[in-house]
Design a protein around this ligand. Structure first.
Ligand code: PMP
Length: 409
């Protein structure tokens, strides 16, 4: 795999967040990211002195609302959306549910949904719930790198299609979808496009306005912001066609009732602003670190990359390691925070639906590890992680050879 044979990584712009060289190594940035200390600093006043409800009409309330509106601008600025189209939610799960269920509930003629087999469960499950109620639903299969077949997509659309829901970047195998082409195809068929942009934003540029994405979901905790806050970014047309899923005081222009999480929104805004600045330098650094990790692990042989070898979500790596089981490797490497699939589905013992969708066998899927490199990961940590991973794989393989031959390993 020549693409992944790179070595040096510039370390210059990386702020270390109080790590010592003996601490455990966090390589699970697709599951979540640490809170950037600059984000925490920005949030702190709203967790302490400035606690007013952003819906209150007194001066303190208006100040909180102004801080939330600034965050709206920052989030919209990162993704090229309208600030007034930013609906703050509790995260991307809620944003995905609001998009799909909200559009379906408001629709009268077009009721069809087209999505992709490798989407996040927070898209697939609401879509399955609509199918169970009789909506015409099509789930597209993907190619060996998780790619969508645009001809299949074109053929799947008709005058019944309400919305096409396709993620920007896959959280398990890092596939990047060609959003401009997808939007073009969907719009030509008269369908809206919802994009779960959770993994892409802050890592690669996204301009929902220029591309024409109608609804985009995102979550602060994937870009060094706090957990429990996200957004659905809407065009005017999508905003008109969405039924709220949380009813109450009419917050967020009626799209999502509930007292706003002011510190969360402020933190999300700051995280978005930092990412907008840092992204251009950070993305190549993350890609190099992930390549370094792969070339280190590949030394053991029989390692298969899951997902594309090029044009991949920066920092993401997913490999199947023959003769091992991902959960066993994880248990044997307590100093490493990695994942066997997506964290969201890791509570279930079933193999990853994404790995099965790209044609991996159950055994290959069970032998997969997902790594996610992030803003504060250092080259030294990658090298230390490689040492641990390689030693552990060798031990497991030697033990299983011993078990097969009946001789002590
Ligand atoms: N979509 C994708 C692609 C994700 O990776 C995640 C987080 N695993 C979600 C949605 C859900 O995000 P949240 O944790 O904010 O609910």
């Amino acid at each position: 795999m020549s693409f992944f044979r790179s070595t040096t990584v510039p370390q210059g712009s990386v702020a270390r967040q109080g790590k010592d060289s003996e601490s455990s190594i966090y390589l699970d940035h697709q599951a979540t990211t640490p809170l950037d200390s600059r984000v925490l600093d920005r949030m702190l006043p709203y967790l302490t002195d400035q606690y007013a409800n952003a819906a209150s009409h007194h001066a303190a309330g208006r100040a909180a609302a102004a801080a939330v509106d600034e965050a709206r601008e920052q989030v919209a600025g990162l993704v090229g959306g309208r600030a007034s189209g930013v609906v703050f939610t509790s995260g991307a799960t809620e944003a995905n549910n609001l998009a799909i269920r909200g559009l379906a509930e408001a629709a009268d003629t077009r009721l069809g949904v087209v999505t992709v087999a490798t989407e996040h469960p927070s898209v697939l499950e609401p879509v399955a719930a609509l199918a169970a109620k009789g909506a015409p639903v099509l789930v597209l299969l993907v190619g060996p790198d998780g790619e969508v077949d645009l001809e299949q997509l074109t053929a799947a659309l008709d005058e019944q299609t309400l919305v096409v829901s396709v993620m920007a970047a896959n959280n398990e195998i890092g596939t990047l979808h060609p959003l401009p082409q997808i939007v073009d195809i969907a719009h030509r068929a008269g369908a809206l496009v919802h994009c779960d942009a959770t993994q892409l934003i802050g890592k690669l540029p996204l301009d929902v306005g220029a591309i024409g994405i109608d609804l985009a979901s995102m979550s602060a905790h994937k870009l060094y912001g706090p957990k429990g806050v996200g957004a659905l970014v809407l065009t005017r047309d999508a905003a008109r066609r969405l039924s709220p899923q949380l009813l109450g005081g009419g917050h967020e222009r009626g799209h999502r009732s509930g007292t706003l999480n002011v510190p969360g929104c402020v933190g999300f805004g700051e995280a978005a602003a930092i990412a907008a600045d840092a992204m251009q330098e950070e993305a190549p650094r993350l890609t190099l670190l992930a390549k370094r990790l792969l070339s280190g692990i590949e030394v053991v042989g029989d390692v298969t990359l899951n997902g594309p070898a090029t044009d991949r979500l920066p920092g993401n790596l997913n490999v199947s390691i023959k003769g091992t089981a991902g959960d066993d490797l994880m248990l044997r490497m307590p100093s490493l925070a990695v994942s066997t699939g997506s964290a969201c589905s890791s509570a279930s013992p079933r193999p990853s639906h994404v790995l099965l969708a790209i044609g991996r066998t159950h055994e290959e899927a069970a032998s997969a590890l997902r790594f996610g490199v992030g803003r504060f990961t250092t080259e030294e940590e990658i090298d230390r992680a490689v040492g641990t991973i390689v030693d552990t794989i060798k031990t497991v393989r030697t033990e299983s050879r011993g078990a097969l031959t009946g001789r002590p390993a």
